[in-house]
Write a protein that binds this ligand. Sequence first.
Ligand code: NAD
Ligand code: UDP
Length: 318
Amino acid sequence: MRILVTGGAGFIGSHLCERLLSEGHEVVAMDNLITGSTDNIAHLAGNGSFSFIHHDVTNYIFVQGKLDFIFHLASPASPADYLAFPIQTLKVGSLGTHKTLGLAKEKNAGFMLASTSEVYGDPLIHPQTEDYWGNVNPVGPRGVYDEAKRFAEALTFAYRRFHGTNTKIARIFNTYGPRMRADDGRVVPAFISQALSDHDLTVFGDGSQTRSFCFVSDTVDGLVRLMMSNFEGPVNIGNPEEMTIREFAGFVLERIKTQSTIVYRDLPMDDPKIRKPDISLANEKLGWKPVVCLETGLDTTIEYFRKTGYQTGTSRQD
Ligand code: NAD
Ligand code: UDP
Protein backbone atom coordinates (compact mmCIF):
# COMPACT_ATOMS: atom_id res chain seq x y z
CA MET A 1 0.00 0.00 0.00
CA ARG A 2 0.96 3.66 -0.29
CA ILE A 3 0.40 5.21 3.13
CA LEU A 4 0.48 8.79 4.43
CA VAL A 5 1.49 9.31 8.07
CA THR A 6 0.77 12.82 9.37
CA GLY A 7 2.95 13.57 12.40
CA GLY A 8 5.44 11.14 10.83
CA ALA A 9 8.49 12.94 12.30
CA GLY A 10 7.12 12.63 15.83
CA PHE A 11 7.66 9.96 18.47
CA ILE A 12 4.95 7.41 17.61
CA GLY A 13 4.75 8.50 13.96
CA SER A 14 8.42 7.73 13.25
CA HIS A 15 8.09 4.22 14.74
CA LEU A 16 4.93 3.68 12.69
CA CYS A 17 6.74 4.73 9.48
CA GLU A 18 9.51 2.23 10.25
CA ARG A 19 7.05 -0.59 10.90
CA LEU A 20 5.10 0.11 7.69
CA LEU A 21 8.29 0.22 5.61
CA SER A 22 9.44 -3.08 7.14
CA GLU A 23 6.21 -4.64 5.89
CA GLY A 24 6.89 -3.48 2.32
CA HIS A 25 4.59 -0.46 2.16
CA GLU A 26 5.47 2.85 0.56
CA VAL A 27 5.35 5.61 3.18
CA VAL A 28 4.91 9.36 2.87
CA ALA A 29 5.51 11.17 6.18
CA MET A 30 4.10 14.68 6.59
CA ASP A 31 4.99 16.98 9.47
CA ASN A 32 5.44 20.68 10.27
CA LEU A 33 8.04 19.81 12.96
CA ILE A 34 6.29 21.83 15.69
CA THR A 35 7.03 19.12 18.28
CA GLY A 36 8.74 16.50 16.07
CA SER A 37 12.16 16.43 14.43
CA THR A 38 13.71 15.16 11.21
CA ASP A 39 16.29 13.46 13.50
CA ASN A 40 13.56 10.86 14.15
CA ILE A 41 13.37 9.89 10.47
CA ALA A 42 16.88 10.76 9.23
CA HIS A 43 17.79 7.05 9.14
CA LEU A 44 14.92 6.43 6.68
CA ALA A 45 16.11 9.05 4.20
CA GLY A 46 17.98 6.58 1.97
CA ASN A 47 14.99 4.24 1.69
CA GLY A 48 13.45 4.50 -1.80
CA SER A 49 10.00 3.69 -0.39
CA PHE A 50 10.09 6.63 2.04
CA SER A 51 9.50 10.31 1.45
CA PHE A 52 8.94 13.33 3.67
CA ILE A 53 6.79 16.40 3.07
CA HIS A 54 7.27 19.42 5.37
CA HIS A 55 3.72 20.72 5.65
CA ASP A 56 1.22 22.00 8.21
CA VAL A 57 -1.88 19.82 7.80
CA THR A 58 -4.20 22.61 8.92
CA ASN A 59 -3.63 24.02 5.40
CA TYR A 60 -4.84 22.40 2.18
CA ILE A 61 -2.94 19.14 1.62
CA PHE A 62 -1.72 18.09 -1.78
CA VAL A 63 -0.20 14.64 -2.25
CA GLN A 64 0.64 13.48 -5.75
CA GLY A 65 -0.35 9.94 -6.80
CA LYS A 66 -2.52 7.34 -5.12
CA LEU A 67 -2.94 6.84 -1.39
CA ASP A 68 -4.42 3.68 0.10
CA PHE A 69 -4.41 4.68 3.76
CA ILE A 70 -3.87 7.77 5.94
CA PHE A 71 -2.78 7.68 9.58
CA HIS A 72 -3.56 11.07 11.16
CA LEU A 73 -1.14 11.42 14.08
CA ALA A 74 -0.29 15.11 13.71
CA SER A 75 -0.91 16.91 17.02
CA PRO A 76 1.11 18.09 19.99
CA ALA A 77 0.67 15.28 22.52
CA SER A 78 2.57 16.11 25.70
CA PRO A 79 0.60 18.27 28.16
CA ALA A 80 3.53 20.74 28.27
CA ASP A 81 3.46 20.95 24.46
CA TYR A 82 -0.26 21.48 24.10
CA LEU A 83 -0.19 24.08 26.86
CA ALA A 84 2.61 25.85 24.96
CA PHE A 85 0.69 25.57 21.64
CA PRO A 86 -2.99 25.71 22.62
CA ILE A 87 -4.33 27.23 19.41
CA GLN A 88 -2.19 25.07 17.11
CA THR A 89 -3.48 22.04 19.05
CA LEU A 90 -7.11 23.05 18.53
CA LYS A 91 -6.41 23.80 14.87
CA VAL A 92 -4.70 20.51 14.08
CA GLY A 93 -7.46 18.50 15.79
CA SER A 94 -10.18 20.39 13.92
CA LEU A 95 -8.88 21.90 10.66
CA GLY A 96 -6.10 19.31 10.34
CA THR A 97 -8.52 16.44 10.78
CA HIS A 98 -10.88 18.06 8.25
CA LYS A 99 -8.09 18.39 5.66
CA THR A 100 -6.82 14.83 6.15
CA LEU A 101 -10.37 13.38 5.98
CA GLY A 102 -10.96 15.42 2.80
CA LEU A 103 -7.77 13.93 1.36
CA ALA A 104 -8.92 10.41 2.32
CA LYS A 105 -12.25 11.00 0.56
CA GLU A 106 -10.54 12.43 -2.54
CA LYS A 107 -8.09 9.50 -2.78
CA ASN A 108 -10.62 6.88 -1.70
CA ALA A 109 -8.18 5.91 1.05
CA GLY A 110 -8.77 4.40 4.50
CA PHE A 111 -8.28 6.78 7.41
CA MET A 112 -7.24 6.35 11.03
CA LEU A 113 -7.47 9.04 13.71
CA ALA A 114 -4.92 8.81 16.52
CA SER A 115 -7.28 9.74 19.33
CA THR A 116 -6.49 9.54 23.02
CA SER A 117 -7.49 8.41 26.47
CA GLU A 118 -7.89 12.13 27.18
CA VAL A 119 -11.33 11.99 25.52
CA TYR A 120 -12.35 10.34 28.83
CA GLY A 121 -10.99 13.39 30.73
CA ASP A 122 -10.79 12.82 34.49
CA PRO A 123 -12.72 9.55 34.28
CA LEU A 124 -15.54 8.57 36.60
CA ILE A 125 -15.47 4.90 35.57
CA HIS A 126 -12.49 2.59 35.91
CA PRO A 127 -11.00 0.98 33.89
CA GLN A 128 -12.11 3.02 30.91
CA THR A 129 -14.22 1.26 28.28
CA GLU A 130 -14.94 2.66 24.83
CA ASP A 131 -18.63 3.23 25.61
CA TYR A 132 -17.76 5.77 28.35
CA TRP A 133 -18.48 9.37 27.19
CA GLY A 134 -15.96 11.01 29.45
CA ASN A 135 -15.63 13.80 32.00
CA VAL A 136 -13.87 16.72 30.32
CA ASN A 137 -13.57 20.35 31.42
CA PRO A 138 -13.91 22.26 28.12
CA VAL A 139 -12.48 25.51 29.53
CA GLY A 140 -9.63 24.02 31.59
CA PRO A 141 -6.05 24.10 30.26
CA ARG A 142 -6.23 20.50 29.00
CA GLY A 143 -9.49 21.28 27.16
CA VAL A 144 -7.53 22.44 24.10
CA TYR A 145 -6.29 18.90 23.53
CA ASP A 146 -9.24 16.92 24.86
CA GLU A 147 -11.89 18.86 22.98
CA ALA A 148 -9.81 18.95 19.78
CA LYS A 149 -9.63 15.15 19.85
CA ARG A 150 -13.32 14.82 20.74
CA PHE A 151 -14.21 17.09 17.79
CA ALA A 152 -11.85 15.04 15.60
CA GLU A 153 -13.66 11.84 16.59
CA ALA A 154 -17.05 13.42 15.78
CA LEU A 155 -15.76 14.66 12.40
CA THR A 156 -14.30 11.23 11.63
CA PHE A 157 -17.68 9.60 12.27
CA ALA A 158 -19.44 12.28 10.20
CA TYR A 159 -17.24 11.42 7.20
CA ARG A 160 -17.95 7.75 7.77
CA ARG A 161 -21.72 8.25 7.95
CA PHE A 162 -22.13 11.00 5.36
CA HIS A 163 -19.42 10.19 2.79
CA GLY A 164 -18.94 6.47 3.44
CA THR A 165 -15.20 7.01 4.14
CA ASN A 166 -13.50 3.93 5.59
CA THR A 167 -12.54 5.49 8.92
CA LYS A 168 -11.05 4.08 12.11
CA ILE A 169 -10.38 5.56 15.54
CA ALA A 170 -7.68 4.38 17.96
CA ARG A 171 -7.80 5.81 21.50
CA ILE A 172 -4.14 5.66 22.50
CA PHE A 173 -3.18 5.59 26.20
CA ASN A 174 0.18 6.74 27.66
CA THR A 175 2.87 5.43 25.30
CA TYR A 176 6.61 5.71 25.90
CA GLY A 177 9.89 4.68 24.31
CA PRO A 178 12.91 5.90 22.35
CA ARG A 179 12.52 9.20 20.42
CA MET A 180 10.47 10.95 23.06
CA ARG A 181 12.11 14.33 23.65
CA ALA A 182 13.97 14.39 26.97
CA ASP A 183 12.36 17.77 27.70
CA ASP A 184 8.84 17.10 26.44
CA GLY A 185 7.53 17.25 30.01
CA ARG A 186 5.86 13.83 30.00
CA VAL A 187 6.52 11.75 33.05
CA VAL A 188 8.62 8.99 31.46
CA PRO A 189 11.28 11.21 29.81
CA ALA A 190 11.11 13.63 32.77
CA PHE A 191 11.91 11.00 35.41
CA ILE A 192 14.52 9.21 33.29
CA SER A 193 16.41 12.39 32.41
CA GLN A 194 16.18 13.63 36.00
CA ALA A 195 17.56 10.35 37.35
CA LEU A 196 20.34 10.21 34.75
CA SER A 197 21.46 13.74 35.64
CA ASP A 198 21.16 13.33 39.44
CA HIS A 199 18.25 15.77 39.68
CA ASP A 200 15.39 14.93 42.00
CA LEU A 201 12.33 13.35 40.40
CA THR A 202 9.45 15.85 40.35
CA VAL A 203 6.30 14.03 41.40
CA PHE A 204 3.23 16.22 40.86
CA GLY A 205 0.67 16.28 43.67
CA ASP A 206 1.07 13.45 46.17
CA GLY A 207 1.77 11.02 43.33
CA SER A 208 -1.32 8.92 44.03
CA GLN A 209 -2.72 9.52 40.52
CA THR A 210 -2.40 6.45 38.29
CA ARG A 211 -1.28 5.82 34.71
CA SER A 212 -0.67 2.69 32.63
CA PHE A 213 2.36 2.79 30.34
CA CYS A 214 2.53 1.07 26.95
CA PHE A 215 5.79 0.55 25.04
CA VAL A 216 5.76 2.15 21.60
CA SER A 217 6.21 -1.08 19.58
CA ASP A 218 3.05 -2.46 21.22
CA THR A 219 1.08 0.71 20.43
CA VAL A 220 2.27 0.67 16.82
CA ASP A 221 1.31 -3.00 16.52
CA GLY A 222 -2.20 -2.12 17.71
CA LEU A 223 -2.47 0.65 15.10
CA VAL A 224 -1.30 -1.63 12.28
CA ARG A 225 -3.72 -4.38 13.32
CA LEU A 226 -6.55 -1.87 13.37
CA MET A 227 -5.63 -0.73 9.85
CA MET A 228 -5.65 -4.33 8.59
CA SER A 229 -8.96 -5.21 10.32
CA ASN A 230 -12.56 -4.59 9.33
CA PHE A 231 -13.19 -2.87 12.65
CA GLU A 232 -13.82 0.88 12.81
CA GLY A 233 -13.47 1.48 16.55
CA PRO A 234 -13.14 3.53 18.60
CA VAL A 235 -10.82 1.08 20.30
CA ASN A 236 -8.51 1.55 23.29
CA ILE A 237 -4.82 0.87 22.62
CA GLY A 238 -2.85 0.86 25.84
CA ASN A 239 -1.27 -1.26 28.51
CA PRO A 240 -3.62 -2.12 31.39
CA GLU A 241 -0.77 -2.47 33.93
CA GLU A 242 -1.65 0.45 36.21
CA MET A 243 0.54 2.12 38.83
CA THR A 244 0.65 5.32 40.83
CA ILE A 245 3.10 8.01 39.74
CA ARG A 246 4.85 7.64 43.10
CA GLU A 247 5.32 3.92 42.41
CA PHE A 248 6.56 4.75 38.94
CA ALA A 249 9.15 7.16 40.37
CA GLY A 250 10.35 4.39 42.71
CA PHE A 251 10.55 2.02 39.77
CA VAL A 252 12.76 4.44 37.79
CA LEU A 253 15.02 4.98 40.82
CA GLU A 254 15.49 1.21 41.12
CA ARG A 255 16.68 0.96 37.50
CA ILE A 256 19.12 3.91 37.36
CA LYS A 257 22.11 4.34 39.64
CA THR A 258 21.59 7.92 40.79
CA GLN A 259 21.80 10.37 43.68
CA SER A 260 18.25 11.58 42.92
CA THR A 261 15.39 11.33 45.38
CA ILE A 262 11.76 12.37 45.01
CA VAL A 263 10.47 15.95 45.40
CA TYR A 264 6.83 16.95 45.32
CA ARG A 265 5.42 19.77 43.15
CA ASP A 266 1.90 21.18 42.63
CA LEU A 267 -0.51 18.97 40.73
CA PRO A 268 -1.42 20.60 37.39
CA MET A 269 -5.09 21.62 37.03
CA ASP A 270 -7.47 18.85 35.87
CA ASP A 271 -4.72 16.18 35.95
CA PRO A 272 -6.68 12.90 35.64
CA LYS A 273 -6.64 10.99 38.96
CA ILE A 274 -6.88 7.51 37.46
CA ARG A 275 -6.29 6.01 34.04
CA LYS A 276 -6.26 2.42 32.87
CA PRO A 277 -7.56 1.06 29.58
CA ASP A 278 -10.00 -1.81 29.33
CA ILE A 279 -8.54 -3.59 26.28
CA SER A 280 -11.14 -6.36 25.91
CA LEU A 281 -12.34 -4.86 22.62
CA ALA A 282 -8.84 -4.66 21.11
CA ASN A 283 -8.25 -8.22 22.21
CA GLU A 284 -11.50 -9.48 20.73
CA LYS A 285 -11.53 -7.50 17.44
CA LEU A 286 -7.79 -7.23 16.69
CA GLY A 287 -6.29 -10.14 18.63
CA TRP A 288 -4.09 -7.47 20.24
CA LYS A 289 -2.56 -7.10 23.64
CA PRO A 290 0.76 -5.54 24.72
CA VAL A 291 3.73 -7.90 25.01
CA VAL A 292 6.60 -5.66 26.24
CA CYS A 293 6.85 -5.49 30.04
CA LEU A 294 7.69 -2.23 31.82
CA GLU A 295 11.17 -3.46 32.85
CA THR A 296 12.22 -4.17 29.26
CA GLY A 297 10.54 -1.11 27.80
CA LEU A 298 12.01 1.20 30.40
CA ASP A 299 15.54 -0.22 30.06
CA THR A 300 15.37 0.29 26.28
CA THR A 301 14.20 3.87 26.80
CA ILE A 302 16.87 4.58 29.44
CA GLU A 303 19.52 3.27 27.04
CA TYR A 304 18.19 5.60 24.33
CA PHE A 305 18.49 8.64 26.60
CA ARG A 306 21.97 7.62 27.71
CA LYS A 307 23.07 7.46 24.06
CA THR A 308 21.31 10.52 22.69
CA GLY A 309 21.78 12.79 25.70
CA TYR A 310 19.39 14.33 28.11
CA GLN A 311 18.69 17.83 29.38
CA THR A 312 19.48 18.94 32.91
CA GLY A 313 16.42 17.02 34.00
CA THR A 314 14.57 19.98 35.45
CA SER A 315 10.81 19.83 35.31
CA ARG A 316 8.60 22.33 33.46
CA GLN A 317 7.40 23.42 36.89
CA ASP A 318 10.87 24.26 38.20
P1 NAD B 1 4.78 13.97 19.03
O1 NAD B 1 4.65 15.38 19.47
O2 NAD B 1 6.11 13.32 19.15
O3 NAD B 1 4.32 13.80 17.52
C1 NAD B 1 3.33 14.59 16.93
C2 NAD B 1 3.84 15.05 15.58
O4 NAD B 1 2.82 15.84 14.93
C3 NAD B 1 5.08 15.95 15.71
O5 NAD B 1 6.09 15.47 14.86
C4 NAD B 1 4.58 17.32 15.27
O6 NAD B 1 5.57 18.12 14.71
C5 NAD B 1 3.45 16.95 14.30
N1 NAD B 1 2.45 18.00 14.11
C6 NAD B 1 1.77 18.70 15.07
N2 NAD B 1 0.95 19.59 14.50
C7 NAD B 1 1.10 19.45 13.15
C8 NAD B 1 0.52 20.10 12.02
N3 NAD B 1 -0.39 21.10 12.14
N4 NAD B 1 0.89 19.69 10.78
C9 NAD B 1 1.80 18.70 10.63
N5 NAD B 1 2.39 18.06 11.65
C10 NAD B 1 2.05 18.44 12.89
O7 NAD B 1 3.67 13.15 19.82
P2 NAD B 1 3.38 11.57 19.88
O8 NAD B 1 3.46 11.16 21.28
O9 NAD B 1 4.16 10.85 18.84
O10 NAD B 1 1.82 11.55 19.49
C11 NAD B 1 1.40 11.19 18.17
C12 NAD B 1 -0.12 11.14 18.13
O11 NAD B 1 -0.59 10.13 19.04
C13 NAD B 1 -0.81 12.44 18.54
O12 NAD B 1 -1.94 12.65 17.71
C14 NAD B 1 -1.24 12.19 19.95
O13 NAD B 1 -2.39 12.95 20.28
C15 NAD B 1 -1.54 10.69 19.93
N6 NAD B 1 -1.40 10.11 21.28
C16 NAD B 1 -0.17 9.91 21.83
C17 NAD B 1 -0.07 9.38 23.12
C18 NAD B 1 1.26 9.12 23.78
O14 NAD B 1 1.28 8.69 24.93
N7 NAD B 1 2.39 9.32 23.14
C19 NAD B 1 -1.23 9.08 23.83
C20 NAD B 1 -2.46 9.34 23.25
C21 NAD B 1 -2.54 9.83 21.95
N1 UDP C 1 3.96 13.95 36.25
C1 UDP C 1 4.77 14.08 37.36
N2 UDP C 1 6.01 14.65 37.20
C2 UDP C 1 6.47 15.10 36.00
C3 UDP C 1 5.65 14.95 34.86
C4 UDP C 1 4.39 14.38 35.02
O1 UDP C 1 4.39 13.68 38.47
O2 UDP C 1 7.61 15.62 35.95
C5 UDP C 1 2.64 13.32 36.41
C6 UDP C 1 1.48 14.11 35.82
O3 UDP C 1 0.99 15.05 36.77
C7 UDP C 1 0.49 13.02 35.51
C8 UDP C 1 1.37 11.82 35.14
O4 UDP C 1 2.64 12.11 35.68
O5 UDP C 1 -0.28 12.72 36.65
C9 UDP C 1 1.49 11.58 33.66
O6 UDP C 1 1.85 12.80 33.07
P1 UDP C 1 2.23 12.95 31.52
O7 UDP C 1 2.55 14.39 31.30
O8 UDP C 1 3.24 11.95 31.14
O9 UDP C 1 0.91 12.57 30.71
P2 UDP C 1 -0.66 12.61 30.99
O10 UDP C 1 -1.02 11.21 31.30
O11 UDP C 1 -0.98 13.51 32.14
O12 UDP C 1 -1.21 13.10 29.71
